[in-house]
Write a protein that binds this ligand. Structure first.
Ligand code: NFS
Length: 664
């Protein structure tokens, strides 16, 4: 990472807008990133500011051995504490979002949130099954009340017990957690304990601190994030493949453009519904527009893209650039990954930035507060605000017209279904394809895009190289947006770029070689898929040891750290791009790589060189194949006995087979 060089985006449309911004003296995160060099002490984890005797900077030649804070804290204590606080913040963000989803489900089930309903009853029953809640013969809303109540217990459980969904992990994975004492008790408790342990003068043992970090991250992955994914599916539908478009060309010159940005899907869902109401469409026409065009940004985009095919303008680094098209009449934001810069920037155009969460306001933005009890009316008010602003488009922005087609919507349920149909859905074909060497392994490519690198470029590079090497890529969050804007999320990409084995698999099922699995909380879907693969047999009988790796090449958010840690604790080797926030301490680095790998078969590495990231991922995959005694991966050579089912074969099976109810 060249931290003082101005970067641009690897997406040509974005790069065009960045260039245009320069000619207009408009500042972007790319300019600010070049201007602000990261503090070299804080960047490496060597700065302690948990009390006011400092901040203490633990630097010097032998800092790890000799440097001490005023209280005597060592560098490894300081680095571990800093990481723990990142995990706490990241886990808190996902899980607070999840709490709101659980409260919404409760309100819907009790009839207090009349504009929403339970859309996917089958998913509700599946979740009730995980939670040992009786569902047969009971009114749907009663089941939903019990489900929401039981999941809400996961946030504040005070005494005995652990987070409910840990039971969905393979037994062996759970045994490792038990052995090392990292079964999370409840989400809020683990987050609070992180803050307690890292306060001045409490926990000073780096290993002990980091183990609690893993426990907290598991509360995020198998708690908050998984809860959020499930409840969002129950309320708004479990995703299945859907066609859509990505990049800045999604904005329309002759329609009202309203962007939903942030993370929580509820208001965005209401806006999508409201935007097709006749009254509002007529109102838009009365203001001279031909229609109402909803677009998404960041992870809210992924939520509505997965369920409704709403187009996405991209990930984190695109938010200012979207406004610079001059075509956005209003942009709603709720929580997380929202740059405060957009409030000022919007003043230079006609765009209204509308904050909607009671938790998050911005100076200079309009505030229309969301309330689930009155959701649709609030959504209508927002749509109306955007329509009213349509005639005010004045400043010529940087209009770009490029957009790419994509297919999204690969929920774990659909991935199971596509491998055998409604009654015989299973993970057998995927496991067999890996065993046969058609698919070398699986990589979860996720996380932010970042203005300190050619943004989205690292995602693009790794996605392309991995599929060439017959690695199936599953993506979420801004990683998905990066691949989408590049046009990679299409079955044609498999034909053109995938290695021969992966290509065959993709052709047989008709899928892209990169499967968009949703928003950042939907990384939990990857945990579910990995657990299902372990249960299916033939590979590892736990998540650890699978030929599977997690990569977040452009990470920047604390949420990414929490995700990296819950993947590592679950048994995935994880590789992050960029610099390490604990690089000052060799001891902490060793704990997170070698020691975690011994204990959990997972690790968290930081590697700035994308070529090395790729090599490391392939090495992990090949080593796992070898340890599982699978045939050595050789491009174009695989056993032919096991063939994936095509559509016709799947239909045949469906006719005869009995229903299949998986536990995952
Ligand atoms: Ni997740 Fe990164 Fe933010 Fe979503 Fe994008 S920046 S950690 S991917 S939008 S949460």
């Amino acid at each position: 990472m060249e931290k003082d060089k101005k970067q641009t985006s690897a997406n040509p449309s974005a790069a065009k807008i960045i260039q245009w911004a320069e000619t207009q003296q408009l500042e972007t995160c790319f300019d600010r990133a070049a201007k602000i060099k990261p503090c070299p002490i804080g960047e490496t984890g060597a700065c302690c500011k948990v009390c006011h005797m400092g901040p203490c900077r633990l630097v010097g030649k032998n800092a790890e051995e000799e440097a001490r804070g005023v209280c005597g804290a060592t560098l490894s204590t300081v680095a571990a504490r800093n990481l723990l606080r990142m995990i706490a913040a990241g886990s808190a963000a996902h899980s607070d979002h999840a709490r709101d989803m659980a409260l919404t489900l409760l309100a819907v089930a009790k009839g207090e949130a009349k504009d929403m309903k339970i859309t996917d009853v089958k998913k509700l029953y599946r979740v009730a099954g995980y939670l040992n809640i009786e569902f047969e013969g009971r009114p749907v809303n009663d089941v939903a009340v019990d489900v929401a109540t039981k999941l809400l217990d996961d946030f504040g459980r005070q005494r005995s017990g652990t987070v409910n969904y840990l039971q969905r992990a393979p037994k062996k994975t759970r045994e490792r957690w038990e052995k090392w004492g990292i079964m999370p008790r409840s989400i809020d408790r683990e987050v609070v304990e992180c803050m307690h342990r890292t306060a001045i003068g409490v926990d000073h043992d780096p290993d002990h601190l980091l183990l609690h970090g893993l426990r907290t991250s598991l509360a995020d992955g198998w708690g908050g994030s998984m809860i959020s994914t499930d409840i969002t599916d129950i309320l708004f539908g479990t995703p299945m493949p859907v066609k859509a478009e990505a990049s800045f060309g999604i904005f329309k010159e002759d329609e009202v453009n309203l962007v939903v940005h942030g993370h929580e899907p509820t208001l965005a869902e209401m806006i999508v519904e409201a935007s097709s109401e006749k009254e509002l469409l007529d109102y838009a026409v009365s203001k001279g527009a031909k229609g109402i065009n909803i677009g998404g940004m960041c992870c809210t985009a992924n939520e509505v893209l997965m369920r409704h095919g709403i187009p996405t303008a991209g990930g984190f680094t695109n938010q200012e650039l979207g406004i610079m098209t001059g075509l956005i009449d209003a942009i709603t934001v709720d929580v997380q990954c929202i740059m405060p810069a957009i409030a000022d920037l919007s003043k230079k155009f006609h765009t209204h930035v509308i904050t909607t969460s009671p938790k998050a306001k911005m100076q200079g933005a309009m505030h229309i507060e969301y309330d689930e009890h009155n959701a649709k009316d609030i959504a209508r008010k927002i749509v109306r605000t955007a329509i009213d602003n349509f005639p005010n488009r004045k400043k010529e922005g940087s209009h770009v017209t490029d957009k790419a087609p994509l297919i999204a919507g690969f929920s774990h349920e659909y991935i199971e279904y596509m491998q055998g149909g409604r009654f015989r859905g299973s993970f057998r074909p995927l496991n067999d394809a890996i065993i046969a060497g058609r698919i070398r392994g699986v990589v979860g490519l996720a996380g932010c895009d970042n203005p300190r690198v050619p943004s989205t470029g690292l995602h693009r590079y790794l996605a392309t190289e991995l599929i060439k090497q017959d690695v199936l890529v599953v993506s979420t969050g801004c990683g998905s947006a990066a691949c989408a804007s590049a046009g990679y999320l299409t079955p044609e990409n498999a034909l053109e770029n995938a290695g021969p084995g992966l290509k065959e698999v993709c052709e047989a099922i008709g899928i892209p070689p990169i499967l968009h699995m949703g928003s950042c909380v939907d990384n939990s879907r990857i945990l579910t898929v990995a657990s299902a693969m372990a249960a299916e047999g033939g590979l590892s009988d736990e998540i650890g040891g699978m030929p599977a790796v997690g990569i977040a090449p452009e990470w920047m958010s604390e949420k990414a750290i929490a995700i990296g840690c819950y993947f590592a604790a679950s048994g995935f080797p994880v590789i992050f791009g960029g610099s390490s926030p604990v690089s000052a301490s060799k001891e902490v680095t060793k704990l997170m790589t070698e020691v975690w790998f011994e204990r959990f078969k997972g690790a968290l590495h930081f590697e700035p060189d994308p070529e090395k990231v790729l090599a490391m991922a392939l090495e992990y995959i090949d080593n796992a194949r070898e340890a599982l005694k699978l045939r050595k991966y050789e491009r174009g050579k695989f056993s032919t006995e096991k063939v994936l089912m095509d559509m016709a074969a799947r239909r045949e099976l469906e006719k005869a087979a009995k229903p299949h109810m998986g536990i995952y």
